[in-house]
Design a binder for this molecule. Structure first.
Ligand SMILES: Cc1cc2nc3c(=O)[nH]c(=O)nc-3n(C[C@H](O)[C@H](O)[C@H](O)COP(=O)(O)O)c2cc1C
Length: 169
């Protein structure tokens, strides 16, 4: 699969089979995440791999969807803003770095035939509590990782002309 095909194939999966994800596939996903670029190469993030059904169930309380609980694995991408590069105007790039990490995860998973879904609409206090995140570590995104039991929704995108500008706005 070339990159265009991979980008077209990746979609948000909101239904999973319960059979386990091969450990070698998980390792590949984690290795791809570790190749993500970060501002000033600070790598200001942590990744929690959640296998324990009790912890997965508790995370389901932070984002109450049955499909979240159906996957055998959940990944939580967390940032450490104090370690991130900060631009001269004060903009902290931790969330950008974490988002690129997440994108590597979703694309690598799709390449392996696995499903993911970016989840940001969770209750952060609950996630911090369930995962026992230390002070200064922020949950940015959750995703299930598993074998899709759903084909995803059709890709609805703006035409390029709606957002691509040439030379000037
Ligand atoms: C930053 C971000 C946050 C998202 N949060 C959620 C979420 O909380 N719940 C959900 O079901 N999907 C979430 N999504 C998935 C988007 O709805 C989805 O990517 C978008 O509709 C495009 O569909 P596609 O991923 O299938 O191409 C999120 C995606 C991104 C990039």
């Amino acid at each position: 699969m070339n990159f265009q095909e991979l980008a077209a194939q990746r979609c948000s999966i909101r239904g999973y089979r319960s059979d386990p994800v091969d450990e070698a596939a998980l390792e590949q996903v984690l290795a791809a995440a570790n190749l993500a670029p970060t501002a000033a190469n600070r790598q200001p993030f942590h990744l929690v791999v959640v296998r324990d059904p009790a912890v997965r169930h508790a995370l389901g309380l932070a984002y109450n969807r049955d499909w979240l609980r159906s996957a055998p694995l959940l990944l939580a991408v967390c940032t450490e803003p104090a370690k991130a590069w900060v631009r001269a105007d004060g903009k902290n790039y931790a969330d950008v770095d974490g988002a690129i990490l997440m994108d590597h995860i979703t694309l690598c998973a799709a390449d392996l035939g696995l499903g993911t879904c970016w989840i940001a609409a969770f209750d952060p206090a609950q996630v911090k509590n369930v995962l026992q995140l230390p002070e200064g570590i922020e949950p940015l995104a959750l995703t299930p990782l598993g074998h899709p039991a759903d084909t995803g929704r059709p890709k609805l995108r703006k035409p390029l002309t709606a957002f691509v500008h040439h030379d000037r706005w």
